[in-house]
Design a protein around this ligand. Structure first.
Ligand SMILES: NC(=O)C1=CN([C@@H]2O[C@H](COP(=O)(O)OP(=O)(O)OC[C@H]3O[C@@H](n4cnc5c(N)ncnc54)[C@H](O)[C@@H]3O)[C@@H](O)[C@H]2O)C=CC1
Ligand SMILES: CC(=O)N[C@@H]1[C@@H](OP(=O)(O)OP(=O)(O)OC[C@H]2O[C@@H](n3ccc(=O)[nH]c3=O)[C@H](O)[C@@H]2O)O[C@H](C(=O)O)[C@@H](O)[C@@H]1O
Length: 456
């Protein structure tokens, strides 16, 4: 039986028909976005561009102040600074430091706050619950609440929806709840949000899913895929990430046979992938970011079932920094240099190319391990401010000084495949070994050891 919601801007009399779509794009369905970070600000700006009526809430005063000034505190997103300036100037995007404030205004509530792990690798949903509690204070009959933050499967149905009802005093039938994952990647957020991929929606009931799919259909130029329920939609997001972590682990494990087999594994992978059903990923120094390394734990923490492949893949990826470190030590030894006497430069601290993000970045454990062995470790990055990176055991080196300082280093390790490194003259490192963990360095450079390909 379809839930009959109290009539509201979202659940108009002919809910789901032209009236709702029309109301949404004319600003008659006020939108509240909770979390204006790397994903939330681009999302709020696009929703403001579509509807003309968005209030963004963030608990970080610096974020609020920047957006109030019409500035984007999120960098590295093409078009975002302009869109934030335009939508704030037009009054389409307002911002508040009080999520309860936003909840009072909003009728369509979108939560995109951080969901991380605690120090025991259990999901930390504290930010999500705080946002949900704020929404509950301002929830009105006929509202729709959507979670976009990645969460462990079952969270929307078993935690968010009941908590909203309990804390708002509303009957569960009086409002809608759905999970609609954010599938966007940093550096291409506006393009992704506007329709690079289908938008997935899943409701705690059919009416929630139907209305969520209508609203997002006005946002994306791509199709909207209805997962059938909220937990299925949560699984879609987590499975995408787990698929990636397991497949990167396969590539990393294959990279380990390059030396014993004396084969260029990267080349073999490239050729194997000419089969349409073969999609072996790229070997690297480890899996970073605050998404892919986390999502397997969002699944394993939810079930008692043994999931050895998923858990082992995590271990394989987390062991890559040690594999890189041992390769550096061996190559230095081959040159008669003891790692304890070595100066080592890490090229790249960001977890992947082009992003200003170092959470779970492989550079951190590589620097720590080399320092522990007595090496003097330096690090540079064209995007990240290395001096501001917490827990990095390395001396910052300015990106522009790489070639002039090159001769002092006994080893240089390319950790992040930043585009800037494609133009570095690696022959300037004539006194040292070059370890390339991302297959960026041109083969005609001096003896380069590429993880997965061996010596050039
Ligand atoms: N960064 C990425 O590449 C992607 C992230 N996601 C998911 O999106 C969610 C958000 O991630 P990011 O935007 O990267 O995080 P972020 O750390 O860049 O931004 C989070 C923002 O939320 C704010 N915040 C924290 N608690 C709040 C609260 N109770 N109310 C209002 N604002 C609050 C913070 O001050 C911060 O500005 C996470 O669940 C993540 O898994 C999904 C796809 C891609
Ligand atoms: C399934 C999927 O591709 N998810 C994307 C991913 O983006 P993210 O920014 O985390 O980057 P990523 O390309 O997955 O890389 C994650 C980590 O894995 C490493 N990595 C990735 C692919 C590969 O073949 N080899 C490899 O070593 C990267 O260097 C990086 O350290 O996670 C995002 C997220 O959910 O936050 C998601 O929106 C993005 O679409």
């Amino acid at each position: 039986m379809t839930a009959v919601r109290p009539e509201s801007a979202v659940y108009a009399a002919d809910s789901g028909g032209p009236a709702l779509r029309e109301a949404f794009v004319t600003g008659d369905v006020p939108v509240a976005v909770y979390g204006l970070g790397k994903m939330g600000l681009p999302l709020a700006a696009v929703l403001a561009d579509v509807t003309g009526n968005v209030v963004g809430a963030d608990i970080d005063p610096e974020v609020v102040a920047a957006v109030e000034r019409g500035e984007s505190p999120v960098e590295g997103e093409p078009g975002l600074a302009e869109l934030v300036a335009e939508t704030t100037a037009a009054g389409s995007l307002r911002v508040t430091g009080d999520p309860v404030d936003a909840a009072a205004d909003g009728r369509f509530h979108v939560v995109i706050v951080p969901t991380l792990l605690d120090d025991r690798n259990d999901p930390d949903l504290s930010a999500l619950l705080a946002a949900v509690d704020a929404i509950a204070e301002g929830l009105s009959p006929g509202d729709l609440v959507v979670v976009e933050s990645t969460v462990p499967p079952g969270t929307t149905r078993d935690v968010v929806a009941p908590r909203l009802a309990e804390r708002s005093g509303l009957d569960p039938e009086e409002f809608g709840v759905a999970f609609c994952p954010e599938r966007t990647a940093s550096g291409r957020a506006l393009r992704d949000i506007r329709g690079a991929y289908p938008k997935v929606v899943g409701g705690v009931d059919a009416e929630s899913e139907r209305v969520a799919s209508l609203l997002y259909d006005e946002v994306t130029s791509n199709e909207v895929v209805r997962a059938g329920d909220a937990t299925s939609a949560e699984c879609v997001k987590v499975f995408e990430g787990v698929y990636r972590d397991v497949n990167v682990a396969l590539a990393n494990e294959l990279a380990r046979v390059a030396d014993p087999l004396d084969v260029d594994v990267r080349r073999a992978i490239e050729v194997a992938n000419t089969q349409p059903f073969c999609h072996i990923h790229d070997p690297g120094p480890g899996v970073g970011g605050h998404c892919i390394p986390l999502y397997p734990h969002f699944l394993t923490s939810q079930v008692e079932t043994d999931l050895p492949l998923i858990e082992t893949s995590r271990s394989v990826n987390d062991a890559m920094p040690a594999f890189v470190t041992s390769s550096v030590v061996k190559l230095l030894g081959d040159e008669g240099t003891d790692v304890a006497d070595a100066d080592v430069l890490l090229l790249g601290v960001a977890y992947r190319a082009g992003v200003d993000e170092t959470r779970k970045a492989p550079a951190r454990p590589i620097a720590r391990a080399l320092s522990k062995l007595g090496a003097d470790v330096y690090a540079t990055d064209p995007v990240v401010d290395v001096g501001e990176v917490p827990d990095l055991e390395a001396t910052p080196l300015d990106h522009d000084d790489i070639e002039s300082a090159a001769s002092q280093f006994d080893a240089v390790v390319l950790v992040t495949a930043h585009e800037d490194y494609e133009t570095v003259a690696f022959d300037a490192f004539e006194n040292g070994v070059v370890v390339d963990t991302r297959d960026v360095v041109e083969d005609d450079s001096p003896a380069v050891y590429t993880i997965g390909s061996g010596r050039s």
